[in-house]
Write a protein that binds this ligand. Structure first.
Ligand code: NAP
Length: 283
């Protein structure tokens, strides 16, 4: 139920139809009895600037930003956090008395999800993917003190560019390789953390995996940021060899919780958010 004091939060992106953010955030508003409403708005590229101005004019408290606007939004904001500026993408905006401030909670969300199963400091990690989400995760793995970070990507040039950017910015040892079995074999055998940040395995391609199962081993913690389906072939095969696993819903919940902290200065109960997400995913 909304009233004259209800605070407006929303998601802008295109497409947005399948977003789980509304159920996740609404569950928290209900649980904590917060007078807030979370709306999903499909915004096409050409309407981004006008939409951002509109949200500011309407005194919207904050919004999430998703594909394809995470990079383009930056030039329409008044301020951008150091973290989001390093990553080059914003997924959370807060309106502070008419000043729009941009943040990125993807990296923190991924790290908090991983830390449910493993420490990161000193660990050798392989990150699969070099797109938007992978960029956020790469910088955060490095900032958390990963012992070494190898980035593997279908387009190897993007992996190389990201690996050298992360090395220049954080000083950690990095390397890059193609998404090919012969190149991955030795690297994965020496790794303790493997994160899939590609869209391989995502609905409707639910039988695909970016990593051949023969390369997985019990010494790995395997995280897949794909959350639809919840158990991807990568996670299933990792479990089968005795590796620990972290699903994409864990990152989704943590990055959403970080957004709520920014907007409302609250510590949202994570289990409420996860339950709301799983209810939709398991349907
Ligand atoms: P993106 O910027 O478009 O990057 C896509 C990545 O996937 C690139 O590295 C791309 O490789 C790779 N890729 C795509 N199709 C591939 C294929 N057939 N074979 C091998 N590699 C392929 O997308 P994004 O925003 O980073 O999102 C990636 C995935 O993460 C999506 O499934 C998204 O839903 C998920 N995600 C989850 C969360 C969460 O909270 N759990 C948050 C953000 C994103 P190339 O560079 O070679 O094209």
């Amino acid at each position: 139920m909304t009233d004259n004091d209800t605070k407006l939060l929303c998601l802008i992106g295109d497409p947005v139809e399948h977003s789980l953010s509304p159920v996740m955030h609404s569950a928290i508003f209900e649980k904590l009895d917060l007078d807030c409403f979370y709306l999903v708005l499909r915004v096409e590229r050409e309407w981004l600037e006008a939409s951002v101005k509109g949200l500011k004019a309407l005194d919207c408290l904050g919004f999430n930003v998703t594909i394809p606007h995470k990079v383009a939004i930056v030039e329409h904001l008044d301020e951008v956090s150091e973290e989001a500026s390093t990553i080059g993408a914003v997924n959370t905006v807060k309106n502070e008395d008419g000043i729009l401030k941009g943040f990125n909670t993807d990296g923190t969300g991924a790290i908090k999800a991983l830390e449910e199963k493993t420490k990161i400091k000193g660990k050798r990690a392989i990150l699969v993917g070099a797109g938007g989400a992978a960029r956020a995760i790469a910088f955060h793995l490095a900032l958390e003190g990963a012992g070494k970070l190898v980035i593997a990507n279908r387009t190897v040039e993007k992996a190389q560019a990201l690996a050298s950017e992360v090395k220049d910015m954080t000083g950690i040892e990095t390397d890059a390789c193609a998404l090919k079995e012969d190149e991955l074999k030795k690297i994965i055998s020496e790794s303790e953390i493997l994160v899939n940040a590609t869209s391989v395995g995502m609905h409707p391609d639910v039988d695909k995996t970016p990593i051949p199962k023969t390369l997985l081993h019990p010494g790995l913690v395997v995280m897949d940021i794909v959350y639809n389906p919840l158990e991807t072939p990568l996670l299933r095969e990792a479990k089968n060899v005795g590796a620990k696993t972290v699903d994409g819903a864990a990152m989704l919940v943590h990055q959403g919780a970080e957004s709520l902290k920014i907007w409302l200065s609250i510590e949202p109960p994570l289990e409420v958010m996860r339950k709301a997400v799983l209810e939709v995913l398991e349907k």
